[in-house]
Ligand binder design. Structure first.
Ligand code: 9Z3
Length: 334
């Protein structure tokens, strides 16, 4: 099978990340403990994936994502009793702390000194108490495992290992794939060791002898980047790594004319449960759910409720009541 061959080639040629054995050990214990306790486990992926151009990486290509969708959704899964493996891009947003990080406002701006002690300002007490209680509950039950990656290859190695560990959970496992996954990459055997030189006099020095031309190289004064496709891992996940799990993938587009078509295409091609489509500039307040069961269903936050931090995916893990509210938001909009 071509997909199987592509997977074998990929993992044979792209070395695993150094922390993979440690991540696997943590994930095995976490998944085993929650499975034994009858708890549902979800893998949430979050953040962009980089494509390094050099082995000693100075330059890389990145995929857009702050990690808001993944971190916010993880909080909702935790609030609904799930155990969450949160596989995220290092330094992207994290559940709970996201409320106070990656902002022009420092977390220290929420506090002040009172008689030699640090206290939270009165206007932030209620919100911070709510976040702290949710965080403490997840921590107390040890229901949040945080793993990280940086590159597309690190992401895929971790995804495959965690998927294999979740396989025995069958249909009670969920994969919620919000990470922004690069479609192209530089294979290891076409990657230069050292920083690509722009000065022609130093060109040859940066290159190690290699049978194949480097995928990223200078020719004359130009930088040429000639990437190869990343094998389609959703296919492998659905068919091989997690055949019984519920799989939710995301589709990010910028052209509104393409979004639903591409989401439907992905659903047909990979035959998983749900594709959530979103457009770059409206992703915080509207998403489209595309599934075999419900066809195409838009979920919109009304203008009056739009805030910078809204993630727009609550109804997926929310109660029927919440879903009904989202429907009424939709009605408000039209
Ligand atoms: C998404 O579409 C996410 O919703 C966003 C979230 C990246 C837009 P932010 O983190 O943004 O809230 O700033 N993810 C893209 C998923 C993706 O890359 N899918 C791939 C594909 O469709 C593989 S499953 O081919």
């Amino acid at each position: 099978m071509a997909a199987q061959q592509a997977e074998n080639d990929y993992f044979a040629n792209e070395p695993p990340p150094r922390d993979l054995p440690a991540n696997t050990t943590l994930a095995r214990a976490f998944i085993g403990r929650h499975a034994a306790g009858g708890r549902r486990v979800v893998l949430v992926t979050s953040g962009g994936t980089t494509v390094p151009l050099e082995t000693q990486t100075v330059r890389y290509i990145d995929n857009f994502s702050a990690g808001t969708r993944g971190a916010t959704s993880a909080e909702y899964f935790l609030a609904h009793g799930y155990a969450v493996v949160f596989l995220h891009r290092q330094f992207s947003l994290l559940p709970y702390s996201r409320h106070y990080s990656h902002n022009t406002r420092s977390f220290l701006d929420y506090m002040r000194e009172e008689r030699g002690r640090v206290v939270v300002d009165a206007q932030h007490q209620a919100e911070m108490l709510r976040v702290l209680r949710e965080y403490a509950a997840a921590k107390r039950d040890d229901r949040l495992l945080i793993l990280s990656y940086v590159t597309i290859t690190e992401y895929l190695w971790n995804l495959r290992e965690v998927a294999k560990l979740m396989r025995p959970l069958g249909p009670s496992a969920i994969f919620y794939l919000a990470a922004a996954v690069s479609d192209f990459f530089v294979p290891q055997d076409r990657m230069v060791e050292h920083k690509i030189q722009s000065n022609e006099e130093f060109l040859a020095l940066g290159r190690a002898p290699s049978a194949k031309p480097p995928a990223a190289r200078t020719e004359g004064k130009s930088l040429i980047i000639d990437l190869e496709p990343v094998p389609k891992f959703l296919k492998q996940l659905v068919d091989g790594w997690a055949p019984d799990a519920m799989i939710v993938s995301f589709k990010l587009e910028t052209d509104p004319a393409l979004l639903v078509k591409k989401a439907q295409y992905a659903l047909n091609k990979y035959a998983h449960h749900l594709v959530i489509g979103n457009l770059l500039h409206t992703r915080k307040w509207e998403v489209v759910f595309v599934s075999e069961l419900d066809g195409e269903k838009w979920i919109r936050v009304p203008r009056s409720r739009r805030t910078k931090s809204f993630s727009g995916v609550q109804s997926l893990v929310g109660s029927a009541d919440h879903a009904a509210k989202m429907d009424s938001f939709e009605a408000d909009e039209s």
